[in-house]
Write a protein that binds this ligand. Structure first.
Ligand code: CP3
Length: 364
């Protein structure tokens, strides 16, 4: 969007961001998000930056995960690494879903091989009151890193992201990663008023965090609701959808594509389609054409090669990727991705080869 056709009263990103955004505006990735014709199917991978890359392991040596997220030079370098190596069609900002919580003072850490661990879990009204609103100044390093990236990336769009209220609530209430989300569900069923207040507060924090990234120059945003597949549709509709919808609504005026993703969401895709995103991501359990049918008209689909397929020989990877492309053939907007993040032991060459394969197969 150029400055001229921005409606009066709309938020205005800084000039850097506008220039970088213009360069990326015609990219295959943003065109696919808007369901426009593309020169080839765009590809990027969730968790494309990270432990699968030797150059990532090298620059992260001796630096904690959260510390690295607060160093703009390091964030920019790590974000650029998979773009240089794999020639993906979009960069994803290097950070973690718990960064905005850390920024408002929640005592948490990311433990290697475990994930986010919260010192004092949130389970009462008093705990909730400790979650204050996010001020853009809490995350000045994000503004700075996005600024570096939009300049360095040229025409490659940058995707900003945040964790969705349910997935953040799960870490906060459980105090760490959880298989069954039992304490989270106990709060959701046992004290709906406190639950709704918690999700509403997290929606505001998440929206504020996405706004910082967009205003600094991010061309699109993705809301990760990784663990929401643990819910039945009726519970999702009543107890989670309003908070996620609030996040999408809050960033709608910027006009950047909004992507919505979760794992194990086959039975939730219809409701996720109602939450307000422009693009819905599906994991590998539902073919993308069926995912599009469930999501409903007017939305692009992102996905959905099983990340474990990348451990098979190259011909097998190509056969499975061809199945995804075949299912996507009739869709208006398709962004090729994995059905969840790159697994740490993935051979990076398998990812580079996959990007080339999708580009070749879909060149028009
Ligand atoms: O390339 C990208 O996609 C951007 C980087 C990114 C990270 N975390 C970096 C990271 C993104 C998008 C995330 C989001 C995130 N973090 C999610 C949603 C996406 C998903 O995978 O469903 C979730 C659930 C988290 C929480 C989290 N943080 C987990 C489960 C872990 C892994 C713990 C482990 O060590 O196995 C983290 C840590 C983390 N976040 C790492 C990275 C690269 C690994 C830490 C390291 O490299 O030392």
């Amino acid at each position: 969007m150029s400055g001229n056709d921005r409606p009066v009263g709309q938020p205005t990103p800084n000039q850097n961001a506008v220039a970088a955004g213009d360069a990326a505006a015609d990219s295959a990735f943003l065109r696919a998000c808007r369901r426009e014709a593309v020169p080839h199917t765009p590809v990027w991978f969730m968790r494309q930056a990270g432990r699968s890359l030797p150059e990532y392991r090298k620059v992260r040596q001796g630096i904690g995960m959260l510390d690295s997220c607060m160093r703009p030079d390091l964030v920019a370098e790590i974000t650029l690494q998979p773009v240089r190596r794999h020639k993906v069609d979009a960069a994803i900002y290097f950070s973690d879903i718990v960064v905005p919580l850390k920024a408002i003072g929640v005592d948490l850490d990311i433990k290697p091989g475990v994930g986010p661990v919260v010192e004092q879990p949130v389970r009462s009204r008093a705990d909730l009151e400790r979650l204050r609103p996010l001020d853009p100044e809490d995350v000045g390093y994000v503004t700075e890193a996005v600024g570096i990236l939009t300049r360095e990336l040229g025409g490659t769009p940058l995707i900003g992201f945040a964790g969705a209220p349910f997935t953040l609530a799960s870490y906060l209430v459980e105090g760490g990663p959880s298989k069954n989300h039992e304490r989270t569900k106990a709060l959701m069923y046992g004290d709906p008023e406190l639950w709704n207040a918690l999700l509403d507060r997290l929606a505001d924090i998440t929206a504020a965090f996405l706004k910082v990234q967009i205003e600094a120059g991010a061309s699109a945003v993705q809301l990760f609701d990784s663990w929401v597949g643990a819910l039945a549709p009726e519970d999702y509709r009543r107890s989670v959808l309003p908070a996620s919808a609030k996040v999408f609504e809050a960033v709608a005026p910027y006009g950047v594509p909004r992507i919505h993703f979760g794992v194990g969401t086959g039975e939730l895709l219809g409701l996720m389609g109602q939450a307000g995103a422009d693009v819905v991501g599906a994991d590998w359990r539902v073919p993308v054409d069926e995912a599009a049918r469930r999501v409903g008209p007017g939305k692009a689909i992102q996905g959905n090669l099983d990340p474990a397929v990348l451990f098979a020989p190259r011909e097998a990877v190509e056969r499975q990727a061809a199945r995804v492309l075949e299912a996507a053939r009739g869709l208006d907007g398709h962004i090729f991705n994995l059905g969840h993040g790159v697994l740490p032991d993935t051979d990076p060459q398998a990812l580079t080869d996959l990007v080339a394969y999708v580009h070749e197969q879909t060149a028009r």
